[in-house]
Write a protein that binds this ligand. Structure first.
Ligand code: PLP
Length: 375
């Protein structure tokens, strides 16, 4: 978490502790802080009004709220949802749950770069379609999806469009003013804010049923005493992200390109997973053919380098990534894939360090690999 974010949050754990729903001054101070953070979150994504931002406990809740909330509100209109095969499990498992409840879900395929084709979305639409949910950018391979094209189709057909932008917000500039997005999920810990806080953007007028019932918090859309410190942290992180996103993106992209060039010049049999050009500036997914991603990660961990295979939520399961499977990556390459996620504190020296410690690890593992021997 950024130092500035923590500093902004600290007073709200102790000194400014009023319940934002209380009418007294202590409560009003918390309310003002929430209003201010809402404005900053709205500003980061170019929402027309801060009232279109509802704070949640994170990206997962925002995805659940968007999909179940629309499904619930529009159940007399239709029962069909379109999503993609490469969504985060927060979307996929919500859709699976709705299938059990009687909804029909189409999981559109992606191309070899992990790109959803807008035409496939169009062709999947039926008279019963009530929602299209396609992520802004993929968390495992970084591919940025054709959100404007999908939004245009959704608008033309009068269907709500939700995008899980958890990975894209703060990494690339997003402006809802030139989009046809009705609902957008974001998360605090992806923008150097705290964990356990997120938001759902709900375009004014969108029909959605609350999923958390109780008091009248969050404009009646999400009950529960507000996590004031978390919300303040998200607001500050959003303010900083808005200011720095373009510059930061350029820096990360240069670092990523430098690193990828280094990898390909020092290690043989590597393959980039994801779009080579339409990709998040910080995400690099590479397959080291004939190896297991998990062993590379364990060895790099011993050198102080922290990496994941696929997404953090599925790592440890040894299940092949559903994203790479959907992209048609063959099992030998899918097994040996790891994801490098760069952040604002990474430097060229960090990249050089990995480029120094990694080649001997790969060599050692390949020397032991029966698959590599057969080659
Ligand atoms: N959606 C995507 C694309 C993600 O990458 C993540 C988290 O990694 C989530 C949703 C879930 O967000 P949270 O961890 O805030 O619940």
């Amino acid at each position: 978490m950024r130092e500035e974010v923590l500093e902004a949050m600290l007073p709200y754990y102790k000194d400014i502790y009023g319940n934002a729903s209380s009418v007294h001054e202590f409560g009003r101070a918390s309310r003002r802080a929430i209003d201010d953070a809402r404005l900053k979150a709205a500003d980061l994504i170019g929402a027309a009004s801060q009232e279109e931002i509802v704070f949640t406990s994170g990206g997962t809740e925002a995805d659940n709220f968007a999909i179940k909330g629309v499904a619930n509100a529009l159940k007399t209109k239709g029962n069909h949802i379109i999503t993609s095969a490469i969504e985060h499990h927060a979307v996929l498992n919500t859709c699976k749950f709705l299938e059990k409840e009687g909804y029909k879900v189409t999981y559109v395929k992606v191309d070899k770069d992990g790109m959803v084709r807008a035409d496939d979305i169009k062709n999947a639409i039926t008279k019963d379609t009530i929602l299209i949910s396609v992520m802004y950018a993929n968390n495992e391979v970084g591919t940025i999806e054709p959100i404007a094209d999908i939004g245009a189709i959704a608008k033309e057909k009068g269907i709500y469009f939700h995008t899980d932008a958890v990975q894209a917000v703060g990494k690339i500039p997003i402006n809802l003013k030139d989009s046809n997005i009705d609902l957008l999920s974001l998360s605090g810990h992806k923008i150097y804010g705290p964990k356990g806080i997120g938001a759902l953007y709900i375009r004014k007028g969108t029909r959605i049923t609350p999923q958390m019932h109780g008091g009248h918090h969050e404009m009646g859309k999400r009950a529960g005493t507000e996590n004031v410190a978390g919300i303040v942290g998200l607001g500050e992180a959003a303010r900083l992200a808005k200011k720095e996103v373009a510059q930061e993106g350029k820096k990360l992209k240069a670092l990523k390109d430098y690193f990828y060039k280094g990898i390909t010049s020092k290690i043989s049999d590597v393959k980039l997973n994801g779009s080579p050009d339409k990709s998040l500036p910080n995400t690099l997914n590479i397959s080291f053919t004939y190896l297991e991603g998990e062993s590379i990660i364990l060895n790099l961990d011993m050198e102080g380098v922290a990496l994941s295979t696929g997404s953090a939520c599925t790592s440890g399961s040894l299940e092949q990534s559903h994203v790479l499977t959907a992209m048609g990556v063959d099992p030998v390459n899918a097994q040996g894939s790891i994801r490098f996620s760069l952040g604002r504190d990474n430097t060229k020296e960090d990249m050089d360090y990995v480029l120094e410690v990694m080649p001997p690890i790969i060599k050692r593992l390949r020397d032991m690999s029966p698959l590599f021997e057969k080659k």
